[in-house]
Design a protein around this ligand. Structure first.
Ligand code: SF4
Length: 230
């Protein structure tokens, strides 16, 4: 909000965190996985792709390559063919191979459970590491993807564009115990309500705490339709 003090911003952030928790109590990771290795690979594939498509692809991928050891020895062309439906398939196949080899060579075949070690794996940045830490190791993490970025920018809880800076800013505004759950709720909110092209502000559970300038105008077409029926 214009001229908002740091304390007022923190109070507003706390109301938003609670509001999203009430609205989406069951929000959870939408990627299918049975191990930290599977979630790591699925998260790498999820860049610029829907979770539903990733789940279709990983059902085939993990049947063929169930472990880091198996995937580290995969044929690049065969791997590319499997992951092709997720887009950017050449780069993603390279990242799956390279990170699997790193897991085998540096960590004895086990996905490491710290940010420091996870981000040494090729193709793994903080967002991916936070997904794995939060969902497999019980280490709270704010995974800043496109939904986390858009929703928090509209809510004016960040002024940054870079995911790492957004994450650091949110660390001060969201209680640490809520980081993983808040990520799931915001991603869900970004998919069902605060969508990219025309957010459904009229139905938003945190509307009263959102200063997004276009919020009011986004609801106008609904009002116009009502007037036309009279
Ligand atoms: S009021 Fe609109 S812009 Fe603000 S968070 Fe809700 S849906 Fe997004």
């Amino acid at each position: 909000m214009p001229g908002e003090s740091v304390a007022a911003r923190k109070r507003r952030a706390a109301r938003i965190v609670r509001g999203l928790a009430r609205a989406y109590p069951d929000a959870d990771c939408a990627l299918n996985f049975r191990s930290s290795f599977e979630l790591l690979m699925a998260t790498i594939l999820s860049a610029q792709c829907t979770d539903a498509k990733v789940n279709d692809v990983t059902a085939v991928l993990f049947e063929r390559y169930p472990t880091a050891e198996a995937l580290a020895d995969a044929s690049p062309s065969e791997l590319e063919a499997i992951v092709r439906p997720t887009g950017f398939y050449r780069q993603k196949a390279k990242s799956l191979l390279a990170s699997s080899r790193d897991i085998v060579e540096k960590f004895g075949g086990e996905v490491p459970g710290t940010m420091e070690n996870l981000t040494t794996l090729r193709g793994v940045a903080r967002k991916t590491a936070n997904v794995v830490l939060g969902n497999c190791f019980g280490v709270p993490g704010l995974a800043v993807d496109t939904h986390m970025k858009r929703v928090h920018q509209r809510l004016r809880l960040t002024a940054h564009d870079e995911p790492d800076k957004i994450e650091m800013e949110l660390m001060d505004l969201v209680p640490r115990t809520q980081w993983t759950a808040h990520t799931h709720r915001v991603i869900h909110h970004g998919r069902v309500c605060c969508v990219a092209r025309r957010p459904r502000c009229e139905a938003c559970p945190v509307r009263d705490d959102c200063p997004w300038p276009d919020r009011a105008s986004a609801a106008k077409p609904v009002a116009r339709r009502h007037r036309a029926r009279r």
